[in-house]
Design a protein around this ligand. Structure first.
Ligand code: PHE
Length: 352
């Protein structure tokens, strides 16, 4: 191929590069005009290469320079065009993705706490304000902590009430948060304790309006020298009034727990019927919300305390019951169904 022919081929390739409208077209030009089998590569450069092989030495240098010039010329032309096209592409996509930040925002549904956790957190702050510590314990518990250390040995009839989900002979899903009492005392024997322990508990109850196989309790334990029933009673009264306000009637009813002596229950007048008796309160007008009592000396002793020096009170409260009574919720299972229509009703409570 003659030089003039090569130069005109070069010019025509450059022109094709110039007219490519986008990267796709440019690559097509590259493949057809600059690929291995293209006229430029297989004829033009090839003929120049052949020429250089046979040329006399004094011409070789000039020829070599010419070959490089031709190659660099077409290559830099191609690269320039490629850069221009990429810049254009970028500009176009930036333009397409532009956001108008002056447009009004879209409202989206904001979640909030389940009413159960609203009450739990309120109780936690009530007690931490009074200087209580917050503890937790395992949900899969050892029989030793769940029963034995709580003065409920094997075959004790009180176990029946809490007969539960066993994993093996000694391991079960805890039936109450009371094992956290034992765990806490054992950690620091003969040391004053003032603690609460919120958490999940499990019982093989038949589910009905006020019972669920899983529920939440908050345990409370105070041990020190000179703790007596008056401390427990005033703590409970303050606690109940905090949750229900001063209008609800609160009853202390004698009861029995193996780990407290004396023991009693606290009942609160039903939110539905205000004490008249209805389905929810099984006609009694009241609903039991917690069990309480003075820590049994056996429990203190087994948990490393000198029961002649120390005394204490404890109670365990069912959080669902509190929430049901406070908000007039008719079925305990609603807390766990995740029905947004139910949960939405507590949005305002959350904002308070
Ligand atoms: N653990 C008892 C229950 O779940 C409640 C309770 C706790 C009673 C502490 C007395 C003292 O029924």
């Amino acid at each position: 191929m003659e030089r003039a022919e090569i130069l005109s081929l070069l010019a025509s390739i450059k022109e094709k590069i110039d007219v490519a409208k986008d990267m796709k077209e440019l690559i097509e030009v590259k493949n057809s005009e600059l690929g291995k089998k293209s006229k430029f590569m297989s004829e033009a450069l090839e003929s120049l290469n052949q020429l250089i092989r046979t040329a006399p030495v004094e011409e070789k240098k000039a020829l070599g320079a010419f070959i490089n010039e031709v190659k660099n010329d077409v290559l830099s032309h191609y690269e320039n065009k490629e850069r221009v096209l990429r810049e254009e592409q970028e500009k176009a996509s930036l333009l397409a993705e532009q956001i108008d930040i002056s447009l009004p925002g879209e409202n989206f549904y904001k979640g909030h706490k389940n009413p159960l956790y609203l009450i739990r957190d309120e109780i936690i702050s009530f007690f931490t304000d009074l200087g209580y510590d917050v503890y937790s314990g395992p949900e899969i518990e050892n029989d030793h902590y769940n029963f034995e250390l709580l003065n409920t040995p094997k075959d004790h009839p009180a176990r029946d009430m809490q007969d539960s989900f066993y994993i093996d002979e000694r391991t079960l899903l805890r039936t109450h948060t009371s094992p956290v009492q034992a765990r806490t005392m054992l950690k620091h024997p003969n040391t004053p304790v003032k603690m609460i322990a919120p958490g999940k508990t499990f019982r093989r109850d038949d589910d009905d309006l006020t019972h669920s196989h899983q529920f939440m309790q908050i345990e409370c334990l105070v041990v020190d020298e000179g703790i007596n029933l008056a401390h427990l009673k005033s703590t409970l009264e303050k606690f109940m009034h905090k949750i229900f306000g001063p209008k609800r009637t609160i009853k202390f009813v004698p009861s029995y727990f193996p780990f407290t002596e004396p023991s009693f229950e606290v009942n609160v007048s039903c939110a539905h019927c205000h004490g008249k008796g209805c389905n929810m309160c099984k006609g009694t007008g009241f609903i039991e919300v917690l069990g309480a009592g003075m820590v049994h000396p056996n429990v203190l002793r087994m948990c490393g305390y000198d029961e002649h020096r120390f005394s204490g009170f404890a109670f365990g409260v069912g959080v669902e019951r509190l929430a049901m009574l406070r908000y007039g919720i008719d079925d305990i299972r609603r807390f766990y169904q995740n029905d947004v229509r139910f949960l939405k009703q507590f949005q305002e409570e959350y904002r308070k």
